[in-house]
Write a protein that binds this ligand. Structure first.
Ligand SMILES: Nc1ncnc2c1ncn2[C@@H]1O[C@H](COP(=O)(O)OP(=O)(O)OP(=O)(O)O)[C@@H](O)[C@H]1O
Length: 515
């Protein structure tokens, strides 16, 4: 199905998220949309998939104008979107999720309603689709037991079974393993070869280069340019896309390396056992030097998060010891972990890191009151309970400038783009930290924000802060870690010097092939 967007406009208050966007996606092709955080890519995808109503402009499918006001309208017109954060029902089974939306849409799209008579046929259809794409999904499994990659696979199959001919994939490679990415790309190429049109929204130049036939670059709500992808020299393509995305070249830093021999141990873990819902994690000994960066690699749900939560004081270990700067922190309250200079940056910025509904200014007010309450636990302190709003406003303005956050003090955090939410989280960290625990620190972020975040982190490490971080991006783990721990089914490797690893070797270790 050929998809044409013609002169699309969409504003949120003063923010012009899409200004005069036109693009054409030919049937049987993969079309990339690239752009910095906040460029307007998700807004455009949501306009096409009916999650947002456009202010002006036209959508044409195979040359015929369509009126899309809701996601149901979009599905009926043959357009489906795979969202960055899956919009599914974790407490239901794989099959029930496969069925989601079908009863409401069945009449419009001419499919059978689900009842006990055709349940058997529909399970057969799910199995056939899985076989066609090489996905290993079991209808009776609970969705919450699946990885993000498997949930994406199921959503693609659900959309295909609803008759979708145009598939929009919003940042689909964040949070999935290398093998799942391979399976996803094979499926996408297969769909394009069957005549479907694919719109691929991404920040990752290598993914776009591998998958797309053509692409468009957006910046500040506008189209900056279009480019053919196939047959281009990789380095030349990357440099011209970066120039289009950011308006200037980006200096890619050399591989990080700390001279850890000269530093003191910051974190020492001994005979640690942590019990999670699904697995138990055992670490005999781990010593993290001051200023060191340790990457935690592994498929999602293999114990990396248990270690971070225990080190943050958010999960009590079953046995063993956690010491920070020679202080035994085991079984101490969370506030003691905070006071000792440990901070945790969660992957889900809006769910666990920031507070929906509160502005950037209100977040700084909370940070200040938290710092005050820490002071007040000191009997010599005479700090009052009142918050000085004008001081925090001044401080918020400064932080917005220093951390280059695209938003105003009054902007509610859920209205910020992903990159700006992460910049806000980082700007709220205490100035002095001994240990920072980060989960997927650059998930969904553009290259410039990614480089900026790691520059901030490495500057802090030079001052002595240590980092443990989880990332599903193997390149990121190899680029920024001094040493790497590989997690597989609750087993943890010895720390491996990052300089001795390649993406392939690390991928194999993640698959259970420890040396
Ligand atoms: N519901 C909303 N209300 C107010 N402003 C919004 C809303 N959704 C998006 N925006 C703003 O519109 C602009 C474009 O956002 P959009 O999410 O489309 O960008 P993006 O290119 O997808 O960014 P990212 O790569 O970070 O996901 C941003 O300034 C964002 O803050």
């Amino acid at each position: 199905m050929k998809v044409e967007l013609s002169h699309i406009y969409k504003s949120f208050g003063n923010v012009k998220a899409n200004q005069d966007i036109s693009m054409t996606v030919e049937a049987g092709s993969v079309y990339g949309i690239l752009g910095e955080n906040g460029a307007g890519k998700s807004t455009l995808s949501k306009v096409l998939s009916g999650f947002i109503t456009k202010d002006a402009g036209k959508i044409l499918l195979d040359g015929i104008e369509v009126d899309i006001k809701t996601p149901a309208d979009a599905i009926c017109a043959g357009i489906g979107m795979l969202h960055q954060d899956p919009l599914d029902f974790p407490s239901l089974s794989v099959f029930d999720n496969f069925m989601a939306g079908r009863s409401t849409l069945s009449k419009k799209i001419g499919r059978k309603r689900v009842n006990t008579n055709n349940r058997h046929d529909l399970i057969k259809e799910l199995r056939q689709l899985c076989a066609a794409f090489g996905f290993d999904l079991h209808p009776s499994d609970r969705l919450s037991n699946l990885t993000v990659g498997e949930r994406q696979q199921l959503e693609i199959l659900r959309l295909l079974s609803l008759g979708v001919k145009t598939l929009i994939l919003d940042e689909p490679t964040t949070g999935i393993s290398a093998s799942q990415k391979k399976a996803l790309f094979t499926a996408v190429k297969q769909l394009a070869s069957e005549g479907k049109s694919i719109i691929f929204v991404s920040h990752k130049l290598e993914d776009v280069e591998e998958l797309c036939d053509r692409l468009m670059v957006m910046r500040q709500g506008q189209v900056i340019g279009e480019a053919e992808v196939k047959g281009r020299d990789s380095a030349e393509l990357a440099s011209s896309l970066v120039e289009m995305m950011f308006g200037h070249d980006l200096a890619i830093p050399a591989k990080h390396s700390t001279s850890i021999e000269q530093t003191a141990p910051a974190l020492v873990i001994q005979d640690l056992q942590i019990d999670g819902d699904r697995l138990s994690l055992q670490i005999d000994k781990l010593t993290v030097q001051s200023g060191e960066i340790i990457g935690l690699a592994g498929l999602e749900g293999n114990g990396q998060q248990l270690l971070l939560l225990a080190c943050a004081g958010l999960l009590k270990p079953k046995s063993g010891k956690i010491c920070l700067n020679d202080l035994d922190m085991t079984n101490r309250a969370y506030r003691n972990f905070l006071k000792s200079g440990i901070a945790y940056l969660p992957a889900d910025r809006l769910q666990d890191g920031l507070i929906r509904g509160l502005s950037i200014h209100e977040h700084f007010m909370l940070r200040q009151s938290n710092a005050k309450s820490n002071l007040e636990s000191n009997p010599k302190s005479h700090a009052g309970f009142l918050i000085n709003w004008s001081d925090t406003r001044k401080y918020t303005h400064q932080a917005i400038e220093t951390f280059n956050i695209r938003g105003k003090p009054s902007t509610r955090v859920e209205k910020l783009s992903g990159g700006n939410q992460q910049r806000t989280q980082i700007s709220l960290l205490p100035d002095q930290l001994s240990l920072l625990l980060m989960e997927q620190p650059t998930r969904g972020l553009d290259i410039e924000s990614t480089l900026w975040i790691w520059k901030q982190m490495m500057e802090r490490c030079e001052q002595g802060m240590s980092i443990l971080f989880i990332s599903s991006d193997l390149d990121e783990i190899l680029q920024y870690s001094d040493r790497i721990l590989v997690f597989c089914g609750g087993r943890v490797s010895q720390p491996i010097d990052a300089k001795t690893l390649t993406v392939d070797k690390l991928g194999q270790a993640i698959g259970g092939k420890f040396d």
